[in-house]
Design a protein around this ligand. Structure first.
Ligand code: WT7
Length: 656
């Protein structure tokens, strides 16, 4: 952990408050402070009773569980002895009700093509693909990689994996062939499902070629087959005996595949995410606890109702899409929207146009998108009727109060509550969030812990801070059903990363502030993780990638404040030799990062330096590098312990 106090130094004085409207509260699932507090207290006093009752009333079981909770973090087990299936709970149980012919997924492609799948139709497709998985020899417990655009087939493939008990590992389409190889190797995937490509800003993002490159030269021996969806229609190389077309397989598949009863703790998915050290970790979530977590939080936080059309703009390649496009909404029998492309195609009004046309009621997006909308101008949303909206949500990074106010006014018409939802890949679902029918909203504050969540603020040496109006390290004191179970293939790493610095707590890696009334504001990461447009990268991971360029001897990466992205990536690079042509060296570094991780991890700024500020023991003083990147040149702090203090002047002078 580095420079904790430094990262938590910002103090926000925010006094504006927006109470819930009585009309909203009257109909909300959680509709009063008293109701919320009773639920929270009950969950704290009797967690097993609280979650156990919900698990029985809100999910359908093949065999009920014996015990709601056993063990302590991170070896806790939820709903032991039970047998259940996520796909059954997201599909089959709704077919027994009027929801059978309700829209489950409303999908829109970037070129404007649309598809609506009712629960019945989605079930049909999922059963067929589950049959395909059977035929390909995929068994419960096998891993399947999904590297796909935002098309209905992605949701179908996820639910089909869940149906047969295969553990999916979704890789975001912005990752490179090398990144796919690493993840496939770590997960030992047997099958990859991909597509020729997908549409983004009017251009095709090809995917199959990256899968081919990831498998080249026998690099991923565990992978036996590749299934390819035809989306863009562009040419792809189909390797005989390995590659199969989705439509050929589906044409011949029966649609009578029952959901396999699985153990409550059966692995549902792996999702790779970055930490402060080296390579990304495979965060593992299991079946019943995860499902209950996302089912309840979707309902509590988004106030999901049967008549709603709900749209989360995330990509399913990230956890937000897993939990709040697919599993949470579908388990609730909701109508969830899915969009393939960019918010600025064909123009800056695309999202508002979609909200107007599809009559979206609940809209969930990220601060980085909101800041881009602000920049693009009010004229775009103003051209559209947004009166269908009734609740707005935000996720992924701290929202600056200006962006919050704009969202509230310009998109929400000062009528829609805004829920700021804090959570992480590891938490599976939302842990801290304002509640639309309960909370006085305060811009920038995620506010209250949901029922079953016990947050604490810790000092750097691990003591709980009792007072309010303080800042500290955010940790969680008691397990919740959708908590990370392990990091795939390396449980020690899971213990080490999240449960060892502060014994008895789950440590989040975030710093937070608590106001006088106990609301939380998340300040940001206190470890070496950068949040770029809501995407998480470890500085070490980016450094390792940069160092693969032939121009580079050593590098150090830090985040810096960025108007739109929240944080940008600033790289200090010691070059192999004198750089005569910095543009060429920069281009090579960018190409190398694109190759090793993907275009999403490219540094925004690269500064060539002759040395890095290191202590006598050889540790890079990142605090100084961060200050220079932030252009805070006069508050570098003590540099006397550096091996070569002169290097700091050079770095300051050469700031880019
Ligand atoms: C990190 C987790 C959770 C889905 C998207 C990101 C930051 C997330 C908020 C929020 C302030 C937030 C934290 C967290 N973060 N939501 N509402 N306010 N910060 O998932 O990639 O696992 O990243 O995102 O720093 O630790 P992730």
């Amino acid at each position: 952990m580095s420079d904790v106090s430094n990262a938590i130094e910002s103090v926000l004085h925010e006094d504006r408050k927006f109470p819930p409207s009585p009309e909203f509260a009257a109909h909300a699932h959680i509709s009063s402070e008293k109701q919320y507090q009773d639920m929270w207290q009950r969950a704290k006093d009797d967690p097993a009773g609280f979650w156990g009752e919900l698990a029985l009333s809100e999910l359908e079981w093949f065999k009920p569980f014996d015990k709601a909770l056993e063990g302590t973090m991170p070896e806790n087990k939820w709903f032991t002895g039970g047998r259940i299936n996520v796909s059954y709970n997201c599909l089959d149980r709704h077919l027994k009700t009027w929801r059978k012919n309700k829209a489950a997924i409303i999908w829109e492609g970037e070129p404007g093509d649309t598809r609506t799948l009712t629960y019945q139709q989605l079930h049909h497709e999922v059963c067929k693909f589950a049959r395909v998985l059977d035929k390909l020899g995929i068994k419960a417990g096998d891993r399947v990689t999904l590297y796909m655009p935002m098309i209905p087939e992605l949701a179908i493939a996820m639910l089909a994996c869940a149906r047969v008990g295969a553990t999916h590992s979704i890789i975001f389409g912005g990752f490179s062939a090398d990144a796919i190889t690493d993840r496939n190797h770590d997960a030992q995937s047997k099958l990859i499902v991909t597509a020729d490509g997908g549409w983004r800003r009017g251009k095709e993002i090809t995917l199959k070629d990256k899968v081919d490159a990831s498998l080249e030269g026998g690099k991923s021996p565990s992978v036996e087959k590749v299934v390819v969806v035809r989306r863009t229609g562009s040419d792809v190389d189909m390797v005989e005996g390995r590659d199969l077309w989705w439509h050929d397989l589906m044409d011949n598949a029966d649609a009578d595949r029952e959901a396999t009863p699985l153990d409550s703790e059966h692995p549902l998915f792996i999702l790779y995410t970055s930490g402060s050290t080296g390579k990304p970790k495979g965060v593992l979530h299991t079946t019943a606890g995860y499902l209950l977590g996302v089912t309840m939080t979707s309902r509590w936080v988004f106030d999901l109702k049967d008549e709603d059309t709900y749209w989360c703009t995330a990509d399913i390649g990230w956890v937000t899409g897993h939990s709040y496009i697919v599993y949470g909404p579908l388990s609730n029998g909701a109508t969830t929207m899915m969009y393939e492309g960019a918010p600025n195609w064909p123009d800056y009004g695309r999202f508002w146009d979609m909200i107007e046309r599809h009559k979206v009621n609940i809209f969930y997006t990220a601060p980085t998108a909101i800041r881009a909308f602000v920049k693009w101008g009010d004229e775009w949303p103003q051209q559209h009727d947004l009166s269908s909206l009734r609740l707005l949500g935000t996720v992924g990074e701290p929202i600056n109060p200006e962006a919050w106010m704009w969202y509230h006014r310009t998109i929400g018409g000062e009528r829609c509550p805004v829920v700021d939802t804090w959570w992480q890949t590891e938490t599976g679902g939302i842990l801290i969030s304002s509640l639309a029918g309960v909370t006085d909203e305060k811009p920038g504050y995620a506010a209250w812990p949901l029922p079953g969540v016990q947050p604490v603020l810790l000092t750097a040496d691990g003591k709980e801070i009792a007072e309010n109006e303080v800042e500290g390290l955010l940790a969680i004191k008691f397990p919740w059903p959708s908590i990370i179970r392990t990091t795939y293939g390396d449980h020690g790493r899971c213990r080490q990363t999240y449960f060892s610095n502060y014994k008895g707590y789950y440590f989040t890696g975030d710093g937070a502030r608590r106001d006088a009334e106990g609301r939380y504001r998340i300040i940001g990461r206190v470890d070496d993780v950068i949040n770029v447009s809501g995407h998480r990268f470890g500085t070490a991971e980016i450094e390792n990638a940069i160092n693969e360029s032939e121009w580079v001897v050593e590098s150090a990466v830090v985040g810096f404040p960025h108007d739109i992205k929240g944080q940008g990536i600033y790289a200090y690079v010691i070059a192999e030799k004198h750089v005569d042509d910095p543009d060429k060296a920069r281009a090579d570094i960018l190409a190398t990062v694109t190759k090793v991780i993907g275009p999403i991890a490219k540094p925004d700024k690269i500064q060539f330096v002759s040395g890095l500020p290191k202590t006598r023991s050889g540790k890079i003083m990142r605090r100084i590098l961060r200050k220079v990147a932030e252009n805070e040149l006069n508050s570098l702090g003590d540099t006397s312990t550096l091996l070569d203090p002169a290097v700091v002047d050079e770095i300051k002078a050469g700031r880019v």
